[in-house]
Design a protein around this ligand. Sequence first.
Ligand code: BES
Ligand code: ZN
Ligand code: ZN
Length: 534
Amino acid sequence: MRPLNLCINICSGFIYEQQITMLLLRRTVQAGKHGRSFSASQTLLSERKGLVLGVFEKEGEEGGLHLTEAAAGFDQTLSGKLSELLKISGPTLKQGKSRIFYGIHKDFPCVAVVGLGKTTAGVCGSENWDTSKENVRQAMSAGCRLLQDLEVKHVEVDGCGDAQSAAEGAGLGLFQYDQLKSKKKNKVTTQLHGSADSADWQKGVTYAEGQNLARMLMEAPANHITPTAFANTIEEKLAPHAERVTIHKRSQAWIEQQQMGAFLSVSRGSEEPPVFLELHYNGSPDSKQAPLLLVGKGITFDSGGISLKPSPSMDAMRADMGGAATVCASIVTAAALKLPINIIGLAPLCENMPSGKATKPGDVVVAKNGKTIQVDNTDAEGRLVLADALCYGHTFNPRAIVNVATLTGAIDVALGSAATGVFTNSDWLWEQLQKASVMTGDRVWRMPLFQHYTRQVTDCQLADLNNVGKYSRSGGACTAAAFLREFVTAPHWAHLDIAGVMSNKDEVPYLRKGMSGRPTRTLVEFAAGLVHKG
Ligand code: BES
Ligand code: ZN
Ligand code: ZN
């Protein structure tokens, strides 16, 4: 007779924990074909170690099981016990559904098995992502979180044939910003189950850490992440890569010298000094190789200024430095991956606050390139700080310019959190970004840069440009992009409006509620894709 094993089906949301624990305390479980026996209760109490495994849906066979290589190997060490338990414990695990088995293996008191969907999923032309990768991210994230809730301390994760996506799912899924809470979530360490694909696993860990750095910066309160604190944090994160990195934390005096009148018009209402953060990552063996230029909007708090925002949800504007956070985090990640490419990162960092010194609606300011701007709405401040950063960025003769900004509420109306809106003058650049986003699942969608919108910002009473379109909110994301274009002469430029993807409720299943850090992984993948392209 086979030894009786124990299973808890959590599909229905009920965990019969008490019952099972009692059974565990009484029973000694046989350790499969190795013939060793162990006390499940002892293992459970002394080691909080878990395992997450994946299982595919078998094509064309209702109820059929297709274990991943790792799950099949594990099943073999248990003489087929795992597959047997999967069959008797309930219906076939559909994509994203999970089940936990307790006490079936001496090394792993808790084993979570999660559905990976169909083996044939792959790249989906209509969804613009790789469904298989998304399924692996989602499954490994769900499995790790289940074990985290059980206070498991260390989790081994199935590579599911795509160890990078598995590591991303685990790393992103477990992240929680609880630094400022007394009661913290159980800290879980993860490792790849088995040793094959460890390079891919490590890459996924680094990608997830990059996005988590951006999440941390975005989620942190604005009294903690001031412009100065932001710059110091990035400096610290880049310290291990000092050999290939140069950092300049430019002061207000430098910003004034550079005649960045648009940037200064935003920061003048605040007591916090502005910082213009400039990062040089020199990863290419050819130090003269033209750099990729990344520019991120770095408003560490956007109150709207004199055009004050309504107070409900104003707290979310602590993440208005999401462009700077994702850009800087992607450079930290590129450095950790030692990508052989040169990247320059620029982040104009300041607060947008109302005060007696603040810019007033109707004021006219002068940008670095001499263009005059009528500031009719002080809440349209992102385009002002970016205008000067873009002018400055051109002096490095970059091979491409990508700016990233939580720029407009209008992009959220247009696309929601499904994709970052991309406005670009370059089909080549669009292709590179789009290709990268299919791999990462953090999608992009192309938006128009018509003259139609340009006319709406150049038709201005007092100056060369107005900082808001003349038809107010209509096409707001497009008029903002048209405004930025007035500060670009480079042939390969893209503006990424990330306001819609700034935060996550439950749309991306492998990100918990909170600031998303999107699209850091897409930026890293995009930069990696440029490595062999001149
Ligand atoms: N930071 C906001 C945009 C934003 C909105 C980001 C929601 C994330 C979530 C930006 O500075 C802003 O306020 N834009 C205005 C522009 C308008 C005044 C022309 C907007 O979108 O309403
Ligand atoms: Zn604003
Ligand atoms: Zn803003």
